[in-house]
Design a protein around this ligand. Sequence first.
Ligand code: SF4
Length: 260
Amino acid sequence: MTEREERGREDARAVTGYVHSVETMGTVDDGGIRFVLFMQGCAMRCVFCHNPDTWLRLGREVTVDDVMREILDYKPFFEASGGGVTVSGGEPLLQHRFVRALFEQCGAHGLHRALDTAGYCKHGCFESVLDCTDLLLFSVKVVDQEKHVRLTGVKNDVILANLRLAAERGTNIVVRYVLIPTVNDSERDLCDVAKLVASLGDRVEADILPYDRMGVSKWKQLGLDCALDGVPEPTERDLARACRVFREHSVRLRTDFAQE
Ligand code: SF4
């Protein structure tokens, strides 16, 4: 390695990011035991947000080196279980330089890298992490633009363009759809998102996740009015109906709820 390359690596390890919290032995985000890093900051304001405490760019400032030291302590567990590292948020891509530098380091140590994002960031920021991401967990809130603005506070054209870009690049993608009764579970909403996933090609899978009300208490603790206060969690039947619509559009599902 040249002196210049060595200096570049040192600079990358010194990149800092703002972190909300860490889960060292996570099991739900994507296969095996995983180190899950929740980054601070998000420009969206989803009414169903599970982590409103990540919205502001506060948190603990750490370097890539700090996080890597922590990750490497658990490496044997990730290797033995087929796990790896997941970066989530908030919206991690608001700190894309940190994510890229961290993923490069993880790659150098042979660790699997998953990025959990809602894709609301500039194309350049999004594109900059694709070649060092092994799996993209891409959260689609709803396809209808007007409804998207009502539910999240922002338009979704940049988001959908980023999703298409990742699919064109051949990135492994799981589109995640949090099913919220009366909010995004109409037949039209489900058909729209199923068609979208189907249009991205065979490699892209979908995961329908049941909305859970745990976030409501966080909103209350933060003194925020939660618009979903009276909204129930989906039933098995609701989930099965959503899965049926996805299957009808030939979408591969990670978890299938087959009974209606
Ligand atoms: S994108 Fe995620 S973190 Fe941001 S507001 Fe929506 S649900 Fe919350």
